[in-house]
Design a protein around this ligand. Sequence first.
Ligand SMILES: *Cc1c(COP(=O)(O)O)cnc(C)c1O
Length: 404
Amino acid sequence: MSDEAPSSVRIQRPRRSAPEDIVRPTRAEVSLDALRHNLHAVRTHLSQLCVSPGKVWPVIKADAYGHGAPAVARTLERAGADGFCVALAEEGIELREAGIRAPILVMGGYYGHAYAELAHHRLTPVVYGENHLEALRLLALPDGDRMPLRVHLKVDTGMGRLGVLPAAARARFEAFSSLPGVEVTGLMTHFAEADTPDLFAMRAQLSSFDAVLRDLRTRGAAPLVVHAANSAATWRGLGLYDAVRPGLAMYGVASPVGDKALGEASLRPVLRLRTEIVDLRELPAGQAVGYGGLGRVTRASRVATVPIGYADGYVRSHTQAGRMLVRGRAVPVLGVVSMDMCMIDVTDVPGVSIADEVVVLGTQQGPLGHASISMSEFAASAGQIPWEVMTTLSRRVPRFYRES
Ligand SMILES: *Cc1c(COP(=O)(O)O)cnc(C)c1O
């Protein structure tokens, strides 16, 4: 096959099953079908709100929230994602090298000396600062037959993190637009409080963004892709404009807003974390379990050792608090979570044996029933937020991709 076969360039193939050479049974399963479903769910939601064209640019920064960016991007691109958002230039380059052709927005705001690299890989950096202007001026991109470097201008409407302040937005827009070889193709902002129940802060950001937008449009600024909404704003139907930037929703996690979980009914969880029992022991009442003797059994107990620990991202705050599923039943974590392992109390699991599957996150169908540990339960038990749970899962946990 020729190196240049244009549509067949696929560098990293998702792995569909556990290869023989993996000894440890701990792994993260990523459902590609659930990913496609969630993209579709967001699209359906936009069309129900009559948003047109309702472009969706999934956020796949931080290795697609830990799910593996090349495989996630490939799946979502084929399912019709309009573009992608990442944080780092490196993340954008990784996607291009994996054969992704859709537009890729690099949102991090710092590009070091990598502007030529960005142009070469047709990545779209988010710009706003004097430093960006200066770097692009020095770069002096050729005007001729090469593609211009496309950039999106970011406005800081209240997040206080990245972006030009509204009062300077038009002048900054004009400065970027006047650079040879640079084309401003988008305008964006980011909400600081998309998931607080009251809409006060969001409304203030929206009105300030709208004012910038009106000002640019009355001056006949080039047609822009305008975008603002993360997952929570998307579900709330606020700041939808031309495109939305959902991260959390793509991975099937509802957006917590007050006591509501927005999108819950229409999303399917993507990530399942599983391992197997590697050791079982019968302990007498009063026996200590794990470091520091923190776990102590109060009755004669059966205790299972499970090969997942804080070095895998199963953080220490699950100590004496987490739950796992065995044979379709929930059981408690016993004692301190150690680096590579932890222990669970399986006294109440009849028929338990070594090599039984243990589900750490997700659902399990077993002889004792059907049980599940949701992302929100998992995060709450560890004092984490769902974004943190997904991105904390370490490199040591292999990701496997399932079609179903
Ligand atoms: C991470 C991020 C998003 C996605 O947020 P979710 O809450 O995961 O949907 C959107 N926009 C920007 C600028 C981000 O940094």
